[in-house]
Design a protein around this ligand. Sequence first.
Ligand SMILES: O=CC(=O)O
Length: 544
Amino acid sequence: MFQLPTTSEGVTRGSNRIIVQLLVLVVSLALYSENKGFSSSLQQPVEKTRHDDLELGRIVSYWAKQSDRNASMGIFRTETVLILVVKRHFTGEFEKKYEHIGLIPWLINNLADRECDRNGYPWTLLFGCASWNIWKRRNQGILGGGSTAAASTVKAIHSLTGDSQRAIDFADCSSHELKEVILNRHGFAEECLVSIKRKGKKNPLLSRASVLKMAVSTDCHKAQQDFPKVLILKPISFIAHVGEQHYASNKFTFLKAYDSSLPLHQFLSTHSPSIKAILASVGTPITADILQLLPEVGVVVTTSVGLNQVDLPECRRRGIKVANAGSVFSDDVADFAVGLLIDVLRKVSASDGYVRKGLWATKGDYPLGSKLGGKRIGIVGLGNIGFAVAKRLEAFGCGISYNSRKRKPHVSYPFYESVCELAANCDVLVICCELTDQTRHMINKEVLSALGKEGVIVNIGRGAIINEKEMVQCLVQGEIAGAGLDVFENEPDVPVELFAMDNVVLSPHVAVFTPESFLDLRDLVMGNLEAFFSNKPLLSEYGD
Ligand SMILES: O=CC(=O)O
């Protein structure tokens, strides 16, 4: 049975009821909130129910799903905070079960009060959930789980959102022994204690809630000032996708240049002493000019696999570490590459358009596509992604050969030192390499001519690896058979000639993105930043 750490049975039962109400409320909230607003019925006390461990597990599981779904649909995003408090013996099991949402590791790392409570109850954190909106609307504190709960919750809220005002608003509760718990057990600042004592003397009626507010205010403010900053220059779409609350840490805070009205130059100069790291996406150039303004930066963490947006030589010169998205996208992007190839060969999109336009009935059958099995595939760049593409196409019965900077000693596929030679011996080229000075426009007219009239090119690397003008010309003149393109030289601009071609399949640089890979990316990004701030090796440090 799930129990609360209170001194008497009566209080325990009372607290249990509040927790149960809270749980039911949040589950209801998840159900009601989608496009419906919050029903007033949510404010009614709910019937007392017995929740054993199984029930608790089910609720957590339900919530985990809701929270995933809502994060990916962008409904709750920053509005909802989940704070879980589980018995100590739960944690190992939960850690495994819910590691995909990163919640339990977050709790374990971030909530300090994991030891037994002072009554010796062998469990750790409080279970509670809340939505800012609903609590703000009701203007009511929620914390019925005792002082430990109150303090944990407030700390968690601050850590999750990095927003002390929210934590303070939230803390408007009347819980027992807050002062003792917050000041002594949670290590709030000494000056805060002094100030509270002074105020308390002047006003003996000073509420516990005010004490908590002051304590949190001082602590949060201090903590926020002390945290080193991670600079974000432009909005990163996948953070919004996963939900910004999943990017909180007690080791650093995010500093968003795009939220400031200051010109970038001025903004960077103002904050440069506290900026120790940069988080950048694929569309955010990290140039020598920017790095020059940020002498304290020690790491650039990117949300992309490709690093062509980062001035790598300048980072090397300055001793700045660089971490990329490692292999989190490899499977998704490899699936997509195979999808593009099948689409081009078997004319999936083209015949879809044919049916939709009603041409099947009027013009008869659509021209047949060509078989994938047996095709000779040339992989350009046999890294994680190239290898994943090769494995998949091997399973379709294709023959694989490759070109890479170097021959891979443990790979049995035939290796071609020259990409032109590879093209001459293949039916399909799949571009999986990085964009560098060496690979820019590596796929030119000569390579495409070597690929030949029956040849197909698939590009999920970077647009500029192909000389786009020459490729378009080859397609227009029928010098190659088709193309599957996820990336382009000047995104989001796509050569208009391609729009009319049935033998070309286009997608808007999405090959890497799935909600599932975003969650993995979140863990990797946070892991890299946390590692940097703890002086540990980065999880996906880029080395060439
Ligand atoms: O294109 C996307 C990436 O490099 O991750």
